[in-house]
Write a protein that binds this ligand. Structure first.
Ligand code: FEO
Ligand code: CA
Ligand code: CA
Ligand code: CA
Length: 644
């Protein structure tokens, strides 16, 4: 079968199933199709979509403003440079210092997690049980710096790189990492609680404990940390997750952008570190190593191993030391989303956002204790890391990454579990993991317990593969993973699964290689490209944020769809971002009446800079302010659940 036959076959089967669903065919008939595991939820199959908002029209791609569906509000909650810590100064873009930035909201916000604060409560269980949707903590990632958008005097990113100074790099390091802010809704309006004891900035300068199998490992030791137990900083924090025991997971993604490595000059003793640098595509031109030898792999070969992890933060204890949970493996971490059920192991779904890398999950050794959050606080330190193997017949297997099992032995360079997690990608490839097209969002439907993974697209793919039907994958797609069981009761610890394709992203009028395929009735505004972060609302509707739509002439934004019933995968356009931005981190309050969203790098595009931006969003165009990455808060005029 040629790649095109394969693609045509996938598309035909996919489209024919769509036709069947359109007629609301009974589940029994569907089960005879190749994608038969995908039966409509009987409870919803006969009803129309529960999403009732009026769609936005297709958005112009170079509009300096943002747009929300009629009947909704999108207000600015917090922007880059706004005060976070008590006493922080107001933002002054002309006079940024590391000290001011360390107390202010960081740059390029991404993942957002909401954890409730029960009014009057003092204990974590009471806060969590309150499910308070009007008062809580927001944990927000700060992913990347864009120096030509942060500082005056640079026409573009190359000029900014060449003009780097130690002082400026110090500001960048303070602008990365994570913010915790206390938020409250009063008389319908959300605001930041000034002077909150929970307010926190965690950055590239914050000490972080190393836990799990790589703690104290020889390849984690450096001259500055001979024990291999504490690392300074977390950065490139992209997506993440919120745990039901009241913590945040923040994921270190593009760590290769901070290190430099001349692999030809590396000492032969560090062959594995060279291979790691090559796998992550570390360059030689990054700015930090010019000012700090810690980020020069030739000078400090092990430092790189201390990044690329999932970091857990307990925001209810502002004094707590964040922990790098090395049992979850080391790669370009994107999503880390938890499925937990009382008395069962905890599962974390983990995405590696690099072309032709893999999709993982971690299953804890211990059982989750719902009644006692503190009992779960270190549950991610012991368990089994698995990697997904998708098969052409719609099934799949989770392959364990366990030292001593199969090929993961010292003959292949894996002397212990620390080696396995540090080189998780090499281990995964060795045991037969399926190469994928940049998984970013991964979420489990709270109603059906089906899991969805957004593959944002991968242009390096030469041939289609199982669950990856397009080569190259120009627009991305969303895959549905069914753990064994029935809707609402699925075993996320199991080592088998079945899969299907929820939708193929792209313009539905495009040629087959980049054609979008959605549910019935998707409008001309309802299609998108490059799905990135995804989230479920409390009613089990999927919300999709995009990163890259501007490349095909549509602003990045938010779309929503049902995942079961006759309008499965019928996506609707809800929000359009300002020019140059991507949309990240969508997060609902427990009642589904508030949606927080990060708008990252507004105005970042060709011929745009701090001094001459294409938008000054969220400020007015004639302002002296540069465009500022910001968290917006979306509510419905008059109140009520978002989307319906
Ligand atoms: Fe930082 Fe994969 O997005
Ligand atoms: Ca980004
Ligand atoms: Ca992303
Ligand atoms: Ca992305």
């Amino acid at each position: 079968m040629t790649p095109n036959d394969h693609l045509g076959d996938i598309a035909t089967r996919f489209l024919s199933r769509r036709a069947l669903l359109k007629g609301a065919v009974a589940a029994a008939a569907l089960s005879a199709t190749p994608f038969g595991a995908l039966t409509a939820n009987p409870a919803r199959a006969q009803s129309a979509s529960s999403l009732t908002f009026s769609e936005l029209p297709a958005a112009p791609k170079n509009d300096p403003n943002h747009y929300i569906a009629p009947g909704y509000r999108a207000d600015i909650l917090i922007s880059w440079g706004d005060p976070v810590l008590p006493g922080a100064p107001a933002f002054d873009p002309a006079h940024q210092t590391a000290a001011t930035q360390a107390a202010q909201f960081g740059f390029n916000c991404d993942f957002i997690g909401y954890l409730p604060l029960g009014d009057g409560a003092s204990a974590v269980p009471q806060h969590l049980a309150s499910r308070n949707s009007a008062h809580g903590l927001l944990g927000v990632n700060h992913e990347a710096t864009k120096a030509h958008m942060m500082f005056t005097g640079f026409a573009d990113s190359d000029a900014a790189r060449d003009g780097a100074t130690a002082e400026r790099v110090a500001v960048e390091r303070a602008s990365l990492g994570f913010s915790v802010i206390e938020v409250k809704r009063d008389n319908g309006a959300w605001g930041i609680v000034a002077g909150s004891p929970f307010a926190r900035r965690i950055s590239a300068e914050t000490p972080i404990a190393i836990t799990g199998p790589a703690r104290g490992h020889a390849r984690m030791k450096t001259a500055a940390d001979p024990a291999g137990e504490t690392v300074i900083g977390t950065f490139e924090n992209c997506s993440g997750g919120t745990t039901p025991w009241g913590t945040y997971l923040t994921c270190e993604e593009n760590i290769q952008n901070r290190f430099a490595c001349k692999t030809a000059d590396m000492d032969a003793a560090y062959a594995r570190e060279v291979a790691s640098a090559e796998s992550f595509q570390v360059r030689t031109s990054n700015t930090w190593p010019k000012f700090d030898a810690r980020f020069d792999m030739n000078a400090t070969p092990h430092e790189f191993n201390r990044f690329g992890w999932v970091v857990e933060i307990d925001p209810y204890d502002p004094q707590s030391v964040p922990k790098k949970r090395t049992a979850l493996g080391r790669f370009r971490h994107e999503a880390a989303t938890i499925v937990a059920k009382d008395g069962k192991p905890v599962t974390a779904y983990l995405a590696d956002d690099q072309t032709l890398e893999f999709f993982y999950k971690f299953v804890s050794a211990r059982a989750y204790v719902g009644a006692d959050p503190a009992a779960n606080i270190d549950i991610l330190d012991a368990g089994t890391l698995y990697v997904a193997q998708f098969k052409d017949d719609g099934t799949g297997a989770w392959l364990p990454l366990v030292h001593g099992e199969g090929l993961l032995t010292s003959e292949n360079g894996f002397n212990d579990q620390g080696d396995v997690v540090i080189d998780a990608r090499r281990a995964a490839r060795l045991i037969g993991a399926t190469e994928t097209d940049r998984p970013e969002g991964a979420e489990t439907d709270p109603i059906t317990s089906r899991t969805y993974v957004a593959f944002t697209g991968g242009t390096d793919r030469k041939e289609p593969g199982p669950a990856m039907p397009r080569a190259p994958n120009q627009r991305g797609h969303i895959v549905e993973i069914l753990s064994p069981g029935t809707d609402g009761d699925r075993d996320h610890a199991a080592t088998t699964f079945t899969w299907d394709i929820l939708l193929l992203a792209g313009n539905p009028h495009a040629e087959i290689a980049s054609k979008g395929v959605y549910g019935p009735g998707t409008s001309e505004a309802g299609f998108f490209a490059y799905p990135d972060n995804i989230v479920f609302d409390p009613q089990g509707r999927l919300w999709i944020a995009t990163d890259g739509g501007r490349q095909i002439g549509i602003a990045d934004g938010l779309w929503a769809c049902c995942v079961t019933g006759p309008e499965r995968a019928t996506t609707r356009h809800f929000y359009a971002s300002p020019t140059g931005a991507e949309v990240t981190g969508p997060c609902f309050t427990p009642d589904g009446e508030t949606l927080f969203v990060s708008i990252q790098h507004p105005g970042d595009q060709t011929d745009s800079s701090f001094d001459n931006p294409t938008t000054r969003w969220p400020a007015a165009l004639d302002s002296t302010m540069p465009p500022r990455p910001s968290v917006i808060v979306v509510t419905r005029e008059g109140g009520g659940p978002i989307g319906s």
